[in-house]
Design a protein around this ligand. Structure first.
Ligand code: APR
Length: 234
């Protein structure tokens, strides 16, 4: 990994698991307790907005008292010290990458700490519940929804992600099951574009076979070790 300049890192729920934030598909994960079609689709929101708003209010509140773990902190250090291009594309809607100090973070599935006004299309910072239909700070309409990409909706900033993958010399996937597209396809895009590919995950993901190298273990251990290796090369 000596001729690495530009790095794209994809993170999933596994990077926040040791901070106490639920994953989706591992044992006890969110999708074992809730059906995505009941709480994470536009149809669900149209059918039962209170259920959807309560689900995201619960997740937003749960995340508020969680802290970044050693994996978030290591990635923030890499972001601060890596001399080349670096982009952390996260599927997570928590702000633990940012709270650990990372700056080059792109939330492709949206984020809990903004809301989205379906009346004026603004995305105000938001920390409280939405269940009581608070007025939008911009337009005053009671039309705020979670700023989270639901199944069937387009992830955010896909052009920026495609451009970063085009320039990447190394693509690293951390803490994701490789179950959901388009994120699960990024490794193949990166390979086709000539990048080296590395998976850091608790166990082999559904896309493990596409990676040149895979290291398995808790993110709080294998991510700091990998960051130390990279910074020794910088
Ligand atoms: N360290 C590293 N990896 C871990 C850890 C850990 N401590 N704990 C769990 N993992 C791994 C699991 O092995 C699994 O492969 O993290 C992955 C979590 O997978 P999912 O729960 O499917 O989460 P994710 O891949 O982020 O889901 C993608 O699906 O529901 C949608 O929008 C939602 O962004 C989410 C997307």
């Amino acid at each position: 990994m000596t001729n690495i300049r530009n790095i794209v890192i994809l993170t999933g729920a596994g990077v926040s698991a040791e901070s106490g934030i639920d994953t989706f598909r591992t044992a006890g994960g969110l999708w074992e307790r809730y059906k995505p079609e009941d709480v994470a689709t536009p149809e669900a929101f149209a059918r039962d907005p209170d259920l959807v708003l309560a689900f995201y209010d619960m997740r937003r509140a749960a995340i508020r008292e969680k802290q970044p773990n050693l994996a978030h902190e290591a990635l923030a250090r890499l972001d601060a010290e890596w001399p080349g291009e670096l982009l952390i594309v996260t599927q997570n809607v928590d702000d633990l990458h940012e709270r650990a100090g990372a700056r080059r973070v792109l939330h492709m599935h949206g984020q809990h700490h903004t809301a989205w006004c379906t009346a004026c299309d603004s995305r105000p910072a938001w920390s409280g519940p939405l269940i009581h239909r608070p007025p939008c700070p911009e337009c005053g309409e009671a039309a705020l929804r979670p700023d989270v990409v639901w199944f069937g909706e387009m992830p955010y900033r896909m052009e920026e992600i495609a451009a970063a993958l085009h320039e990447a010399d190394l693509f690293v996937s951390i803490g994701t099951s490789g179950a959901v597209y388009p994120a699960a396809g990024f490794v193949r895009n990166a390979r086709e574009l000539g990048a080296a590919t590395l998976e850091l995950n608790l166990e082999p993901s559904q896309g493990s076979r596409w990676f040149d190298e895979a290291r398995h273990g808790p993110a709080s251990e294998i991510v700091p070790a990998w960051v130390d290796e990279m910074l020794a090369l910088a």
